[in-house]
Design a binder for this molecule. Structure first.
Ligand code: PHE
Length: 339
């Protein structure tokens, strides 16, 4: 019996050392110390021994059990350390890896320059107004004093949704909508998308942006228009910028003007972009036609006003060196990420 107990102790010692993980170790513990273990069986057999033998066997059994327990505990601590190391290794964060930068959006070149323009005009006391991109015939033409035969109403020039509904071809429609909603003084700017049936090429897009301005109050003159436009281009593009006014025609302004600014590329010296004139014709403008004031219920004897409006795309293209207007509308990330 003594021999068997010692042999069990040695066997357990070997198996404990060989256990490679906590589960294996638990199996060893059950085998050697559990209720169905050989050691338990032996201690039950002690009942048949004499008192002296029982004491001796008891001591040997206890010693062996103590030895196995101590070894189990030691091995358990070893294996736990290994396991937590493994967890740590698995959860390890390599702080030396280069980071993954989040993709940060940028301002679209069109909206960037539009924002700059709006900023300047807000500083002059204008407020931003908006109107629908899908418009009625009335706001598009009759309210703006277009005669019935005007070619802008032609289907060749304007996108019609139905007889009476169309995609606005200019932000001037919002002049009417804004004046209808309030009494003078009116000081608004209207940034917005417009649509025309142009054949698309490097300088034409069926969708484009305009910025409109409208000022109506008592005693407003053409001089105010000139001064405002001159300040506008100086604030936007620099102190030596100039504006040039030449006679033009629009149904909703009288007199009307075509407004040009110093060529952004050659600063007025003459280049291919300005066709050697030194000027870029960007805006239409003029004194609000009395008929338009009447259409919105204003008294043209009391109030006068002026309006200007024009494309934003061409200015964005010149400012950012973009040579094809289509790039502004394709949403191509390779293009947009350059700005
Ligand atoms: N709406 C005109 C255009 O698109 C420009 C304009 C605006 C002219 C305001 C006069 C006054 O050409």
């Amino acid at each position: 019996m003594v021999y068997e107990i010692e042999a069990l102790g040695d066997e357990a010692t070997r198996e404990i050392a060989a256990a490679q993980d906590l589960e294996a170790l638990e199996r060893v513990r059950v085998r050697y110390l559990g209720r169905k273990s050989r050691l338990r069986a032996l201690s039950r057999q002690m009942a048949d021994l004499s008192e002296d033998e029982r004491r001796e066997m008891g001591q040997i059994l206890n010693r062996t059990r103590g030895r196995i327990e101590a070894l189990l505990e030691k091995r358990q601590r070893e294996l736990e350390a290994v396991a937590s190391d493994a967890v740590l290794m698995a959860e390890r964060v390599d702080v030396t890896l280069p980071g993954r930068a989040p993709r940060i959006g940028r301002r679209h070149p069109l909206l960037a320059i539009l924002d700059e323009m709006i900023d300047v005009l807000l500083g002059l006391g204008f407020q931003v107004a908006e109107g629908p991109e899908i418009e009625t015939h009335y706001y598009s033409f009759p309210a703006l004093n277009y005669p019935e035969w005007h070619p802008a109403m032609d289907e060749q020039m304007t996108f019609y949704v139905s007889n009476n509904i169309l995609l606005r071809s200019q932000t001037s429609t919002v002049q009417i909508r804004s004046m209808e909603k309030q009494e003078p003084p009116v000081r608004i700017i209207v940034p917005g998308r417009c649509f025309r049936r142009d054949t698309v090429d490097a300088t034409h897009s069926h969708t484009f942006y305009q910025l409109e301005g409208l000022l109506v109050d008592e005693g407003i003159t053409f001089a105010d228009l000139k001064g405002t436009m001159a300040l506008f281009v100086r604030e936007l593009f620099g102190e030596d910028m100039k504006v040039r006014f030449r006679p033009d025609f629009f149904p909703f302004t009288e007199p009307s003007a075509e407004v040009a600014l110093t060529c952004l590329l050659c600063k007025g010296a003459g280049c291919r972009v300005c066709k050697n004139t030194g000027w870029l014709e960007i805006w239409g403008a003029g004194m609000v036609d009395p008929n338009v004031l009447c259409n919105v219920g204003y008294d043209p004897e009391k109030y006068t006003g002026w309006a200007f409006g024009g494309g934003v795309d061409r200015l964005a293209m010149l400012r950012y060196g973009i040579d094809d207007i289509r790039l502004l509308y394709t949403g191509d990330m390779r293009f947009l990420q350059q700005f």
